[in-house]
Write a protein that binds this ligand. Structure first.
Ligand code: ZN
Ligand code: ZN
Ligand code: ZN
Length: 568
């Protein structure tokens, strides 16, 4: 990127009322590529960047918004098409200067990777992730993009299609979109937020991205005639501002911290009211930042395979990293131990049909996913659901008498791949795998009992989770203050099942290791040291980071479950 590109972008940003202080922050090249840096000491609460939503590029703001809506094209394909269209308009597009800044930097693209780098990535799950993305992209291009373009030959002439809408263009723009898009609100949904999108990810970030998420989904405003109509329909017609989301409350708090004034409640409410006229996407410091430091935020609790395939980087010792266990590995292991295929099938099917009754997706933020006490918004938009914590909520058995509810449930199920289970960053297996193995190895009469009664089953699983929680505490420093809940010592049957479960876990982990040819000749720590000395950079380096991270998980898991087995 040339200095003139950057200057043009800054002038454009100013024209479009993106707010930042040229004396306080700057855009420059750094260890994460282009990023935002402090030019002087800044305090927590400082509003570093404010981007008005009028300049956000989304499926709603693009010139082809009506066409996309007609065809019901949303998600990343919609946003990518919007960006390609604006790009094709050249200088006639409101975003031309911004898009040429993107154009000047080639994003991480899987098809650019050399054979050598591909070989490195094959040691990690990231390879499968990238291959799947590529396949999906091809399918989306053929089944959505091509028919859409064909439907509007007046706009997408043969010449325009060739110059701006080839599969290569689609792939390139998708890479920009997936690495930059931010969740804006229920009107714009996921969108490009110029300037704010230059803030890079850090595991321990110093800023937060905040915005009003609840807006009118017809026009995007915070208060408008549509919302007024809704209000009067509900006969709750009051003159007050629409309710503020958590984010905006935080913003009011941040503003208070910044001004240092002792505003009373009424005054800060007034400030929010003013904001509603000019709704913005804000980057606000939640820690003091020294002169020269980079301003960073947290992109979300993603495992490395997602960080790399989506954003082009991976994190050493990523607290959100996972290794996946295919359900076929579990089946194979169970069969080797039990030797009864019909039994394994029956129990597996029962588990898959009933597991939702006993487990619910936890909000990782509640437990402080990063182990730190930072308070930031995570983008929970990745499709690889995994439970971060081992806490449990009992869901009441629902009787679905409305069709609508049933449909929603089915959609939910599609979101979450049933045939994949996870090992977490610390080497522990997720709750689903622990439950499944217990179901497979439990006594026949016990299985009959839990089939008969959800209450008995719930009690059974709660006991397992309680034991697991105590086990995990054992590894930590003892907290004498808190009395431990009592569990009965395992009886002989309990010990037999426990032993089978632990042996199965170890076997499954070995199968996962073998599937990716994870060598036990060297430790993950050795590999990491070697990587640091290797001089590798870019995708090759990050591919190795993924492989080492997964090896670390496997190593921790083998160590943990061998220890538990030996203590039994
Ligand atoms: Zn409206
Ligand atoms: Zn994190
Ligand atoms: Zn976090």
């Amino acid at each position: 990127m040339s200095a003139s590109d950057l200057n043009a972008f800054l002038a454009w940003a100013e024209e479009n009322e993106i707010h930042w202080d040229r004396d306080a922050i700057e855009i420059r090249e750094g260890k994460h590529g282009l990023g935002i840096y402090a030019k002087k000491d800044l305090q927590a609460g400082y509003e570093a960047i404010q981007v008005p939503k009028t300049i956000v590029l989304s499926v709603r703001s693009t010139g082809i918004a009506n066409l996309l809506e007609e065809e019901d094209i949303e998600g990343y394909v919609g946003l990518t098409l919007a960006c390609m269209y604006e790009h094709s308009k050249g200088k006639d597009s409101l975003w031309s200067v911004y898009l040429s800044l993107l154009d000047s930097r080639r994003p991480f693209i899987a098809s650019d990777l050399s054979e050598d780098v591909r070989e490195i990535m094959k040691k990690s799950e990231v390879y499968g992730e990238i291959e799947t993305d590529l396949k999906d992209m091809r399918e989306d291009y053929d089944s959505i993009v091509i028919p859409f373009l064909a439907k509007h030959p007046d706009i997408f002439t043969e010449e325009v299609k060739e110059r701006f809408f080839s599969f290569e263009h689609f792939r390139l723009m998708t890479a920009h979109v997936s690495s930059r898009a931010m969740d804006v609100d229920n009107f714009h949904v996921s969108a490009l937020v110029p300037f704010a999108d230059l803030v890079n990810h850090e595991a321990e970030p110093n800023s937060d991205y905040l915005t009003h998420e609840d807006v009118c989904d017809i026009c995007g405003a915070l208060s408008c005639e549509h919302l007024d109509e809704l209000d009067s329909d509900e006969e709750e017609d009051d003159e007050e501002a629409p309710e503020l989301s958590g984010a905006s409350k935080k913003r009011a708090a941040a503003k208070k911290a910044q001004s240092g004034s002792d505003d009373d409640e009424e005054d800060s409410d007034d400030e929010d009211w003013e904001d509603e006229i000019n709704d913005t996407c804000d980057i606000i410091l939640d820690e003091d930042v020294k002169k020269g430091e980079e301003i960073t935020r947290h992109y979300g609790p993603f495992p490395n395979k997602i960080f790399l395939s989506k954003y082009g980087f991976a994190e050493i010792d990523n607290a959100h990293d996972t290794a996946t266990i295919q359900i076929d590995m579990v089946k194979k292991t169970a069969l080797a131990i039990v030797g009864d295929e019909a039994l394994v099938e029956e129990r597996l099917n029962w588990f898959l049909e009933n597991e939702d009754t006993f487990i619910s997706e936890d909000d990782p933020e509640e437990d402080g996913c990063c182990g730190g006490d930072h308070d930031h918004d995570h983008d929970h938009d990745h499709e690889h659901g995994h439970s971060h914590a081992h806490t449990h909520e009992k869901k009441e058995a629902e009787d679905d008498d409305s069709d609508e509810e049933e449909e929603e449930e089915e959609e939910d199920e599609d979101d979450f791949p049933r045939d994949i289970m996870y090992m977490m960053h610390d080497g522990t297996i997720d709750d689903r795998l622990l439950m499944l193995l217990n179901v497979i190895f439990m006594e026949k009469d016990q299985f009959v009992k839990i089939q008969d009664s959800l209450e008995v089953a719930t009690e059974y699983f709660n006991d397992i989770f309680l034991r697991r929680a105590l086990e995990e505490e054992d590894g930590l420093e003892e907290d004498e203050e808190e009395p431990k809940p009592e569990v009965k010592p395992l009886d002989e049957t309990g010990r037999r099942i426990r032993k089978a479960v632990l042996e199965a876990i170890l076997k499954v982990i070995h199968l996962r290791a073998d599937a990716y040819k994870v060598s036990d000749q060297t430790s993950a720590e050795d590999d990491l040291e070697a990587l640091k000395k290797s001089g590798l950079t870019g995708p090759a380096y990050y591919g190795e980071v993924c492989a080492v991270g997964e090896k670390q998980i496997i190593q921790s898991g083998l160590k943990l479950y061998s220890k538990l087995l030996s203590e039994l």
